[in-house]
Design a binder for this molecule. Structure first.
Ligand code: NI
Length: 185
């Protein structure tokens, strides 16, 4: 396994629309998935899209540990190939996102709360499930990468794009409002 180099915001590969995977169950695909998982683990990310490691294919991996993003159970390590997201309704929620390609920053991003995901597994078998809340957010973030979109492009208030380290000084009022938190005393 190899730890791959992660492209950062501004690199043209992150603006590319990735190509569908057409050959399943191959050594190359197995190698790519292994390397992506190792790279994600090493960098401490929740998810990684192939475009972030300079491979323009529609492949994402992700893992949500227990308790993360308010998810009691977490999500086991999952690989999705050629994923397609369909919102299940119009409801939108706000949450903080970070990205291995945008190191050090975090932003408050609106996302669909309920989505359906269809994809293929390593062997090309169809996968289909519904996802909600933080899980739905991770999927939308990762799938956006495959269309050349980074999370700041989804934000509706760029004053809420900040260095994670500065968050200890308190949340901006606009963020409290979007998150439905009471105003600070
Ligand atoms: Ni990302």
């Amino acid at each position: 396994m190899t730890i791959l180099k992660i492209a950062r915001m501004g690199h043209p590969v992150l603006r590319e629309v990735a190509n569908p995977v057409e050959a399943f169950g191959t050594d190359e695909l197995a190698q790519l998935l292994d390397d992506m998982v190792e790279t994600m683990d090493d960098a401490g990310g929740t998810g990684l899209a192939a475009t972030q490691v300079h491979v323009p294919l529609r492949v994402v991996v992700y893992f949500v540990s227990e308790g993360r993003g308010g998810m009691e159970e977490g999500i086991p390590l999952t690989a999705l190939i050629n994923p397609v997201i369909t919102p299940l309704d119009e409801s939108i929620g706000y949450g903080w996102e970070g990205c291995l390609s945008v190191p050090g920053l975090t932003g408050l991003v609106p996302r669909y709360e309920h989505v359906k995901l269809e994809a293929q597994d390593f062997e090309g078998n169809p996968i289909s499930f519904e996802a909600h809340g933080f899980h739905a957010r991770v999927l939308q973030h990762e799938c956006d990468h495959l269309d050349g979109i980074l999370y700041p492009q989804r934000m509706d208030d760029l004053s809420l794009l900040m260095y994670s380290e500065e968050m200890r000084h308190g949340l901006p009022e606009a963020a409290r409002e979007k998150l439905g938190l009471p105003p600070e005393e």
